[in-house]
Design a protein around this ligand. Sequence first.
Ligand SMILES: NC(=O)c1ccc[n+]([C@@H]2O[C@H](COP(=O)([O-])OP(=O)(O)OC[C@H]3O[C@@H](n4cnc5c(N)ncnc54)[C@H](OP(=O)(O)O)[C@@H]3O)[C@@H](O)[C@H]2O)c1
Length: 288
Amino acid sequence: MISAKESTGLPLPHGASEPQVQAQPKVRARRWLGPFNPPMSDWRGKTVWIVGASTGIGRATAERLHGLGAQVVVSARKAQALADFVQSHAGSAALVLDVTDPDAVRAAAQQLLKAGPLDCVVYCAGHYQPMRADRMNLADMLRHNAVNYQGALFLLDAVLPALLARGAGHISLVGSVAGYRGLPQSLAYGPTKAALINLAETLYLDLRDRGIGISLINPGFVQTPLTAANAFEMPALLTPDQAAAAMLRGWSQGAFEIHFPKRFTLWLKVLRLLPTRLYFYLARQIAP
Ligand SMILES: NC(=O)c1ccc[n+]([C@@H]2O[C@H](COP(=O)([O-])OP(=O)(O)OC[C@H]3O[C@@H](n4cnc5c(N)ncnc54)[C@H](OP(=O)(O)O)[C@@H]3O)[C@@H](O)[C@H]2O)c1
C-alpha cells in the first residue's frame, strides 16, 4: 500500500480527489506537537555509554539504567570508581578515559562500536570552579573548555558517523542552566555550558530527520562532588538519584531539553526572557 506521502506527485485520473493534500497539514501538526525525539522508556537490552559516570549524576543515571535492563558502559578517569560500579552492576562495563584526549575517546568508541551499535550516548563529564573576571585564571578557563565542551566534540566525532550510518541512536549532552545567561562567578563554567546548549540545538536541527535523537540535560543544583565546594546555599538542591530520575522521565517523554527541578529552572527561564538591563539588575541582586 502506498502512503499519502509516497503517492504525492503521482498523476491522478481526471476528477479524482487528492486525499493526501488534506492529510498533510494533520501530519505536519502531529510532528509539530509530538515528542521531539523517539521516546526512550524500554531500556532492556539497550547499550548506553555514559561518559562522566564515575560519580554524581552520571553514576546515578548509570545505576538507574542498569536497573531498567540496559547494558551500561561507564567512562571517566577514576578507574577504581568505575571498577566498583562494574563489580556491583552485573553485565555493565567500564572504559577508563580522559575526555581531553581525543585518541582515547576515539579508541573507546571504536571498541564499543565493534561490539555492537550504541543506542544512547550521554556526555556527562564536567569541570566546575567558580571564577570572577577580576581573578581570571586562563589555564582553568581552558580546562573548563576542554572538559565541558571540547570533550563533547571528541565524543561526537567518534560516534556520530556510526549513528548516521545506522540512522538510529540518541546523543544526550549534559549542559546546565548556568548556560542560559551570564552569571556572577561563572566566568569559566557558564560559557562552556552556553556552547553546549547551542551545540545541542544545532545537532537536533541537523539530525532530527536522520533518525538520531538529541537531548539536552539542563540540571539546576545537584549535590555532587562538582558542587561540594559551593560556599552558598544551593536552592532546590537535588540528589544525584533525583536528577537521574528526571533525566529518565525526560527521555521517556521524548523531550529535547530536560531541565529540573522545574520549581527552580522555570524561574531561570523567565530571567532568560527579560530585557538585558532588567536581567543585569536582578542577577546582581540575587547573586552579587
Ligand atoms: N551538580 C550540579 O549542580 C550540576 C548542575 C548543572 C550541571 N551539572 C553538570 O552535570 C554533569 C555531571 O556533573 P556532576 O554534578 O555529576 O559532578 P561530578 O560528580 O563531579 O561528575 C563529573 C564527572 O565528570 C568526569 N570527568 C571530569 N573530568 C573528566 C575528564 N577529563 N575525563 C573524563 N571524565 C571526566 C568525572 O570523573 P573522573 O573525575 O573520574 O574523571 C565525573 O564522573 C557535568 O557536566 C556538570 O557540569 C551539574
